[in-house]
Design a protein around this ligand. Sequence first.
Ligand SMILES: Cc1cc2nc3c(=O)[nH]c(=O)nc-3n(C[C@H](O)[C@H](O)[C@H](O)COP(=O)(O)OP(=O)(O)OC[C@H]3O[C@@H](n4cnc5c(N)ncnc54)[C@H](O)[C@@H]3O)c2cc1C
Length: 406
Amino acid sequence: MERLFQSSVDEVTRLLGLAKPEVSVLEDADAAADELVVSEYEKYVERKFNPEVLAVLKRHDLMGVPVEEKYGGRGARQLVESLTLERLGQTGMGVITFADVHLCLGSLAIQDWGSDEQKERYLPAAAKGEAVFAYGLTEPEAGSDPASLRTSYVKDGSGYRLTGSKYLISNGSIATNLIAFARPADGKGITAFIVDTKKKGFSVDMRLEEKIGLFTSDTSLLTLDDVQVSKEDLLGVEGKGLSVAYSALINGRIGIGSGCLGVMEDCLNQVKERTTTRVQHGKEIARHQLIQKHVAFIESSLESCRWLDYRAAIKKDEYDKDRTDPVLRADADRLSAVAKYMSSRSAFESADRAVQCFGGFGYSIMSPVAKHFLDSRVARIYEGTDEIMELKIASSVLGREFEAYR
Ligand SMILES: Cc1cc2nc3c(=O)[nH]c(=O)nc-3n(C[C@H](O)[C@H](O)[C@H](O)COP(=O)(O)OP(=O)(O)OC[C@H]3O[C@@H](n4cnc5c(N)ncnc54)[C@H](O)[C@@H]3O)c2cc1C
């Protein structure tokens, strides 16, 4: 906990008004992050998926952080979930990708949009880590423009059959359930479904292992070939699936921003340790002013992005209390985009500067900061690229009539 905020637990509790059970979630995140450091590093060096992440998050009761207590979760508000992901983010974006997709894009999509029956069926299993979610919006031909997705569905008796491809799907080959978005074969509108990945016709075509980083996270190409989905597994309202997708992305972007804070924290810790012990020109390199410039950059980025991320989380908590208020929704949407945009860019630049402070060793795959450099780059691409975030933020200021990305 000390390393999370570089101040005492008491101070954080006071500043953010955390209750005792909320502090205990953070203590669990702290223990889980400590446990994950070694396996994350080893798997990264081997360029392999890290199966330990699920086991450790399960062991520390972190698979249902935002899930309501009546469904077996910890009932954490977004701010506490963000702080949890911030601490886990110190171990890198691989862990964050797994957790963000399962918690923010999967569990919260069902909690926010599901029927009582869906919540009872999926959330307790998800909170125990028996169910793992993936989120399938992107397709080979539809990334920044999800409205152009091609996966289609037909009605079949009392349910549906889905056919199409989902590309670059995190947790894709380990998930028990995929939140999939599809359009009717003979009509308009996109609908969200909860797909059972054990159903006939569902296949993992390829685990995408030729990534430039994020090796410890599973990324897959999925095929749905006439996969049966019961009518009880339609999520939200038929034809309104993009509302489900976009609202899940509000949660997800705040979570990615939080993970990026953790990356900056670890970069700062690593840089401090390295530069205060490495001697060149007769003194520790931390005594050279140009090295201090990098330290100052990372620290200032971290502290400013923290405010953005916490502010977005607090706004999201306000919106969660009244999900019918369009102004609160628009504010949460805008602030989550700002937080993700700034934190992901700052995390990547902080990792770059950390590599610089490490010198030649920083350029080695074995250095811990090189892992952040490779892994954090993805945060500027997934859950909305830099460019899409810029256009979204600009139109939130200029007005919808200036929306440039539709
Ligand atoms: C490791 C990894 C994990 C991922 N996990 C998931 C997941 O779990 N689920 C999921 O659904 N998706 C996932 N994605 C997909 C990710 O969300 C998309 O890659 C992203 O949305 C961009 O889509 P694209 O790759 O098709 O790029 P494109 O949309 O083809 O964009 C290419 C470039 O064009 C720019 N561009 C596009 N449209 C505009 C515009 N109107 N104005 C200006 N610039 C524009 C983009 O910003 C980008 O720079 C993942 C991606 C990666 C790399």
